[in-house]
Ligand binder design. Structure first.
Ligand code: SAM
Length: 334
């Protein structure tokens, strides 16, 4: 496909998207082939029905210049936002509930962070906030002699964890509960270690660290992971994604400053390795998305949601060195 074809397609899409040809839900889906040049491609912002032509170096990854990138336009009626949002949640959970973990992480990173909490008692009282299906809860149970209360607001994930706790005979030590991590059932000054992988941001780091601080015993620990900028020059696509998903993302230094303000000293911190994004998170997510694409073949709305979710994986594949997850291990100041 030559330059002219690219121009034609761009024009056609622009016309289709413009007021000249208003959106009609009965329009058939259509497929676009776009020249995979190194620095020019077309993006579709499906949420606002906008088409843009962009110049972005490396946009086509390792594809040979001559190969066409094919985008399938999903003919999704965006007029009923409420219904769309419900469908998004439904498909989102069909992906996420199936995954071994709901965010980047690994047993090795959990173990490394736990080792940084140098002076825990033999049988620490641990709270795992926003535990998801509990991959790290089970690792903590194996790596420590502690008792763990694991809290998540999404009941199906807690059901999954309960089943695993039973299967491993851990009922005496692991207590999964459906609840709000902003109001955990812990008495003030009763917890040795608060754990939270990929969940503190739901409350906001400052709010979470302040809320949880009084629950800790004197010199208790708090370990959490948080999405952070690793570089100061993220490309537009990355900025846009984070602006939409988590506008208050900041860098490691700013997070450490928040922690100090909230009454903690910094015990240690490290960036999760790239394998923590893929082995138990994005690789199974891609598998799950592929399977659901088969199940939902012909259902454009569901396929659109799967595209949206997959966009995050693709973005990480291309631009993952601009942002990461930091494990931050804190200790309550006496
Ligand atoms: N810690 C798990 C992991 O790393 O696999 C899950 C991480 S996932 C990114 C964040 C989790 O926080 C989700 O399971 C979500 O349901 C939970 N969550 C969000 N807000 C919450 C709240 N207010 N109370 C309890 N759980 C919450």
């Amino acid at each position: 496909m030559g330059k002219r074809a690219f121009d034609q397609i761009f024009d056609e899409v622009s016309i289709f998207m413009s007021k000249k040809k208003p959106y009609d839900p009965s329009d058939p889906p259509f497929v676009l082939g776009i020249q995979g040049t190194e620095d020019e491609f077309v993006t579709f912002d499906r949420s606002v029905h906008e088409v843009r032509r962009e110049r972005r170096k490396g946009a086509c990854g390792d594809l040979p210049k001559t190969r066409c990138l094919v985008f399938e336009w999903r003919n999704v009626d965006m007029s009923d936002q409420e219904e769309l949002s419900e469908r998004f949640d439904e498909i989102f959970f069909e992906v996420y509930e199936w995954l071994p973990r709901q965010g980047p992480g690994s047993r090795e990173s959990t173990a490394r962070a736990l080792a940084i909490c140098g002076e825990l008692p033999e049988e620490p009282v641990i709270y795992d906030m926003g535990c998801g299906s509990g991959a790290q809860t089970l690792d903590l149970a194996a790596l420590s002699g502690g008792t763990i209360t694991a809290i998540d607001s999404h009941a199906p994930l807690i059901v999954k964890l309960e089943q695993e706790v039973k299967a491993r005979g851990l009922q005496e030590r692991v207590r999964p509960i459906v609840g709000d991590m902003a109001e955990p059932p812990a008495a003030p000054g009763s917890v040795d270690l608060i754990w939270s992988e990929g969940a503190a941001y739901f409350l906001g780091v400052e709010a979470a660290l302040s809320l949880w601080r009084p629950l800790l015993r004197p010199r208790g620990y708090l370990a959490f992971t948080e999405a952070v900028w690793l570089r100061t020059d993220p490309p537009k696509a990355v900025l846009e994604m984070w602006h939409k998903e988590y506008p208050s993302i900041t860098d490691v230094g700013a997070n450490l400053a928040i922690a100090r303000r909230c009454g903690y000293e910094i015990q240690g911190h490290f960036t999760l390795p790239e394998s923590d994004w893929w082995d138990q998170f994005y690789a199974p997510m891609e598998e799950r998305i592929a399977a659901l694409r088969q199940i939902y073949a012909g259902d454009d709305r569901a396929l659109w949601v799967l595209d949206e979710i997959h966009g995050e994986v693709e973005l990480h594949r291309q631009f993952g060195d601009y942002y990461g997850y930091e494990f931050i291990i804190l200790r309550a100041v006496a």
